[in-house]
Design a protein around this ligand. Structure first.
Ligand SMILES: [Zn+2]
Length: 474
């Protein structure tokens, strides 16, 4: 089971944040972008982005070359300082890291943190091309597209996302019970955009470039370079930033409406590319996902490839009691320990928990607790929404039974059994999910996971763990 908040894809985000072409007294002026409706406060963007960035820095290999980072900072801040005043948010802090990844990609998180892949800098032909991708990403941040997308999402789709946000609130203290999955999973949610938002970012990005002294057509050129890369690199950026249609033409048209007052460049681009040639090897996205990249992360890398057998001792019959939050007490087999506190609370035996550098964590035996928003007041419906979100990071997850009522420390709960294919072993695994409401209407869930061939033993263990739960929220 991979504990990672899923990437939600929305079939269609309705276009209300429309682009309005303004014609003033017969003369064409630049396109005016209206930021889409957003129910979140800018301070929410800042918090979400900061948490996700911290997770990204743990899980991605950050390039250890200050000169390259400073150069990216110079270009990025030049652009950020040229965001038009109406799209500036004083709370936002634009900040730039370089990831030692060969795939052409870059991503920006709500509130300002941006990650630029080394491969993007290496494949670019000019500084303006790098600036083009960065200006596009900055525009998503300035227009607050991540939280605007969450605003538009229907309740059942937003449930798990909001649960992630609310998890810290529900838990109350540090080390609190946070909704399923890592914040880095959350960040991928904020990086997938609709074509409508893509068009907005292309247009505003062009305007920012012109103000900063870069030729907006370099953005279009870089998109062409990304398209031509194809293969293993390129498509990821394109799947996060789909072509809104005639992208190249649209940017070129906008460029004609813009005046690039004085041409700007750091003059360092050639030096930076030369430096990168001597910066040792970089890693593909796949290698990073497989835990092969060297990073500052000191978690246990997931074993490379799939290992058919994971050696784990059977659950002890004696129990050990934990109090992971101020409102929860639980007893688990005494040979399990608490792991992965930042990403939800997991109890697992030695050898069953993996800190996956490609995103989130995976465990083969044990239980995980988390919270998710209960948005419907109907436990079965909210549980189904939660399952949908789990299924997005566990594509082989299938429900094997209906929902049965179960008593969870005196509260009504639901339990269901599922099957999955373990990301770690490649083998079938058994999953038991229990949900119940907390007093504030949010859901508490418990996921038990074991290999399919040990399902009987572990099903009993999960039932014992559930019976031990004491929930004392009010
Ligand atoms: Zn985009």
């Amino acid at each position: 089971m991979t504990a990672r908040l899923s990437t939600h894809r929305f079939t269609r985000v309705l276009a209300t944040g429309a682009i309005t072409v303004m014609l003033a007294t017969g003369a064409a002026t630049q396109t005016h972008i209206v930021a889409p409706k957003n129910n979140y406060a800018p301070s929410d963007d800042v918090k979400l982005g900061r948490d996700a960035a911290a997770e990204a820095r743990k899980e991605l290999p950050i390039l250890n070359d200050d000169r390259v980072r400073e150069w990216v900072q110079d270009v990025g801040l030049r652009l950020a300082n040229n965001i038009p005043a109406e799209y500036q948010h004083p709370e936002f802090k634009y900040d730039f890291d370089v990831v030692n990844e060969s795939d052409i990609n870059a991503f920006a998180l709500p509130g300002g943190p941006m990650f630029v892949n080394r491969g993007m800098i290496e494949k670019a032909h000019t500084e303006g091309e790098v600036a083009g991708v960065m200006a596009h990403e900055l525009s998503h941040v300035a227009l607050r597209h991540g939280t605007a997308q969450a605003t538009k999402a229907q309740k059942f789709q937003i449930g798990a996302i909001a649960g992630q946000i609310l998890g810290a609130v529900v838990g109350g203290t540090a080390g609190s019970l946070i909704a399923q999955g890592s914040n880095f999973g959350l960040s991928t949610y904020f990086m997938k955009f609709s074509r409508e938002y893509e068009s907005q970012a292309d247009v505003l990005g062009s305007q920012i470039m012109a103000r900063a002294g870069y030729d907006p057509r370099d953005m279009a050129n870089m998109f062409k370079t990304i398209e031509q890369e194809g293969g293993a690199s390129g498509p990821e950026w394109l799947s996060d930033h789909p072509d809104p249609g005639n992208r190249y033409q649209r940017i070129t048209d906008e460029a004609k409406l813009l005046r690039v007052n004085s041409s700007y460049s750091t003059g360092q681009f050639a030096n930076i590319q030369t430096r990168l040639k001597n910066d040792g090897r970089s890693y593909t996205a796949q290698e990073i996902a497989d835990g092969k990249a060297k990073t500052a992360n000191n978690g246990t890398p997931r074993p490379a490839g799939r290992t058919a057998n994971v050696r784990v001792d059977p659950p002890s019959s004696s129990l050990k009691t934990y109090r992971p939050t101020n409102f929860l007490q639980v007893s688990v087999p005494s040979n399990w320990s608490q792991v992965g506190q930042d990403n939800g609370i997991t109890y697992a035996p030695q050898g069953a928990f993996y800190d996956s550098q490609g995103g989130g964590t995976a465990f083969t035996h044990g239980v995980e607790f988390g919270t998710a928003q209960g948005s419907s007041g109907n436990l079965q419906r909210d549980t189904q929404s939660l399952l949908q979100s789990f299924a997005r990071s566990n594509p082989n997850l299938h429900q094997q039974s209906g929902f049965s009522r179960v008593n969870v420390n005196g509260r009504q709960g639901l339990v269901t059994q599922l099957s999955n294919v373990s990301e770690v072993t490649g083998q079938q695994e058994f999953v038991q999910l229990t949900t119940t409401y907390l007093r504030d209407g949010n859901m508490l869930y418990m996921i038990g996971v074991s290999p399919q061939n040990e399902a009987n033993t572990y099903n009993n263990t999960f039932n014992r763990v559930r019976s031990s739960l004491k929930i004392s929220d009010r």
